[in-house]
Design a protein. Sequence first.
Length: 431
Amino acid sequence: METPLTQHIVAGRKPLSLKEYEQVGGYQSVRKVLKEMTPTEVQNLVKDSNLKGRGGAGFATGLKWSFVPMGPDAAMPKYLVANADEMEPGTFKDRLLLEGNPHQLLEGMIVAAYAIQANISYVFLRWAYKLAAQEITKAIQEAYDAGYLGKDILGSGYNLEMYLHTGVGRYMCGEETALLNALEGKRAHPRAKPPFPQVSGLFGKPTIVNNVETLCNLPHIVNNGVEWYKGLSKSADTGTKLYGVSGRVKTPGCWELPMGVTIRELLEDYAGGMQDGYLFKGVLPGGASTDFLVEQHLDTPMDYASIQAAGSRLGTGTMIILDDQTCPVGFVHNLQHFFAQESCGFCTPCREGLPWVERLLLAIDQGRGHPEDMQALEFHTKYLGPGNTFCALAPGAMEPLQSALKYFREDFERHIYEHHCPWSKVWQPSI
């Protein structure tokens, strides 16, 4: 079983019903943890597996759970939230799991909720995922009917309620504390930490927020064990990973592969290489908020430590390819436009700085830039960097910009000195 997360997902086929899912071993992990394991044992199992969060941060899942107060004196209720608000540009991995096998997510959520003794759970879903909403709604009802959700699950005495919440479509809702504010009916502003959500989260109660892909790993770890899970990987980061490739490649898509497959393998063996007439120029390895890597990095393993050592982040593991016929200035401007409009406006550097960066890039792209604009852009990559903003949105937005200035600086300067975009087929002077 080399592809545990996607083994039962078939393109063009409806997801497995509950009965079909049970026939291939579905919900066995729920039976096992409820009847044979204590919550602490489940937490320790996940710690030993070295499962890291697949939403972008890569924080150890079991360690995150361990911060939740346990025992009879712990505040109740406790909450578990599945972050399915997949709005990172270039990222579409969770959609595959949500639409292709929703019961796998529900099973993982039950395991996670039991491990922290949560009795209320939510799937916080991106508003645009209409098909996923239909399939999750159906799967939740089937799970209730079969006794996997609700009161006294499988006669164990454990209770868990589950709800689907559809977001209103803001990128900021992917940040876990902003997500919790949105669930409470408030504006999606991030919260100050501490207190951390594990202690004071949704409605002030202990809360764990985990990514969809992270949660889908749990049934397989429980059923097959730590050594099996470690054996799936090519690196110190365990398990498999859903990797995606988009851009001018021959076969863009999403594949479940061993953690640690290289960028070159993804690009050439799975995405089929560049389309005819196009050459590779750069790649954002983990979605729009990661630093560019270039040809010298093609043999870098796609795991957390290796990508960080190369100067970027694994992020969501979904690569966006920049080709030699796409203007890097226009490419980065498009990303900054997105981040500027998605800023929640809570802190000044992000609220004011991102629109300023976006306007500078637009001017450069249109041939209205000045040499001093380069210094202004470099200033903003530091001014909006880590430690200067309330959350990670603006620092993430600066990653593609700062690396573009590093690797494609000549392209920016050509726009300024030639007074037009060198990639424009037909150029007309700005009015």
